[in-house]
Design a binder for this molecule. Sequence first.
Ligand code: HPA
Ligand code: MG
Length: 210
Amino acid sequence: MISDDWPGYHLDLFTYPQHYCGDLNRVLIPHGVIVDRTEKLAKDIMNDIGFCDMVVLCVLKGSYKFCADLVENLKNISRNSDTFVSMKVDFIRLKSYQNDQSMGDMQISGGDDLSKLAGKNVLIVEDIVGTGRTMKSLLGKIEKYKPNMIKVVSLLVKRTPRSDGFRPDYTGFEIPDLFVVGYALDYNEYFRDLNHICVISEQGKGKYRV
Ligand code: HPA
Ligand code: MG
């Protein structure tokens, strides 16, 4: 858990794309820490779910990096055990944010036919749970197809008064109510090319506002 008074790391301690100079306030979670935490999440998931076949459902675009790294770890754990797990990775595209605000209604696009999830063990991989509304609405849609099991893993969970109380089964980090970018989390499609999870500055919000 990252507390509200955690100042984060000064940007100069790490490297980051120089075109974002001035657009960020601080590094909240350095890339290396994300990598280490992901390894442990994969271990927890494998211990709990057991070594059963699963469909990993990556919620695009923000979780593509987390999902790729998590699946790599899940595969490694499976490979180093006696039982190989069959893992299918599927994608679904959701969009609910413009600037730093949730637009309320969630748009689902892309992705395959969700009916393929019937009877499957589904692991939904999300980058960030803010209000929880996006995830609740997605879960509602998926449950209609009667999967055998649904688990949710989110790299980040925001502590926000706007939360509807939804908690993922697995959480990487609980963070303060700040708008964060990096490690594929974006602000109007910018900052996906940043490795660390950082807090965006007012200058950054202004520069890339739509
Ligand atoms: N950053 C990026 N995307 C988001 C956030 C955030 O803090 N909260 C919800 N979607
Ligand atoms: Mg997202």
